[in-house]
Design a binder for this molecule. Structure first.
Ligand code: CIR
Length: 260
């Protein structure tokens, strides 16, 4: 069974961190409704959706992806790059510890889960404004014994690596070439976003399909042309908080099948 950890949108969402998008008025009621639809979409794709209550004093706490990385063997609780987000880890650690042994990123390291793109046994990690070299080194040390390789990736003009590239099918990345160089990902097939849809590279793979923002019809066609099943969700208000579809959940298998 797939688990999806989520957290309610808080009424303080408008006080969120913003780095690469301008501040716009957020309709928080609409954000809450869109988030409910997002959860329903996750459930329709076979996830058991866990719903944590909002953290009223933490505007960005709905973006649970950034505070943990759940691998098959362990979970890594991050130390988010934005100081305002550091307290978000406590409640997520409590939940995740029920599923995996925990490891933690320690100061002075910083790491945001949105910077970690897992492809098989490779963890690509964005060199972003949120994830520092210590964070990448600590992650490498934590996962090496479990057979993962960590590869640092230069990104530009965007918040996280997964703003620029996400896995949409086995061996296939959806990628924004303005923000990351495709050549980094040797051996993978690349679908580029439509040039008119700048923020379209963030898709959430669940099973054989993806959960995907409704506002990128041209890139959606590229995904469908590649045989990828797309379930659309309207996340306009979460996008104004510089969020997207991967960042609102932590999706993983509760029990990992043992290899034969
Ligand atoms: C932040 O700046 O931290 C939030 N406003 C948005 C975080 C989005 N996280 C993600 O895409 N993984």
């Amino acid at each position: 069974m797939r688990i999806a950890i989520t957290r309610d949108v808080g009424s303080s969402l408008s006080g969120c961190e913003l780095s690469f998008v301008p501040r716009q008025a957020i309709d928080v009621e609409l954000a809450m409704a869109q988030h409910r639809d997002y959860r329903r979409a996750l459930a329709s794709l076979g996830c058991r959706v866990l719903e944590l209550p909002a953290e009223p004093t933490m505007p960005d706490a709905v973006f649970v992806e950034d505070v943990a990385l759940v691998l098959d063997e362990i979970a890594v609780i991050t130390r988010p790059g934005a100081e305002t987000r550091r307290a978000e880890t406590a409640s997520i650690a409590g939940i995740v510890s029920g599923y995996r042994p925990l490891r933690t990123i320690e100061a002075p390291a910083t790491l945001d889960g949105g910077d970690v793109l897992r492809v098989g046994r490779t963890l690509y990690v964005g060199q972003s404004t949120r994830t520092n070299p210590d964070g990448i080194a600590q992650l490498q040390a934590l996962v090496a014994d479990h057979g993962y390789q960590v590869q640092a990736v230069a990104i530009r003009d965007c918040l996280h690596l997964k703003s620029a590239a996400t896995l949409v099918a086995s061996g296939t990345l959806l990628l924004q070439p303005e923000w990351v160089d495709a050549a980094v990902f040797t051996g993978l097939d690349i679908i580029k976003v439509d040039p008119g849809e700048q923020h379209a590279a963030n898709a959430l793979r669940v099973g054989d399909g993806v959960l995907y923002p409704a506002c990128f019809p041209y890139t959606k066609r590229r995904l469908q042309a590649a045989g990828i099943a797309v379930t659309e969700v309207d996340v306009s208000e979460l996008q104004k908080a510089e969020g997207a579809v991967t960042c609102c959940s932590l999706v993983f298998r509760d029990q990992v099948p043992v290899a034969a």
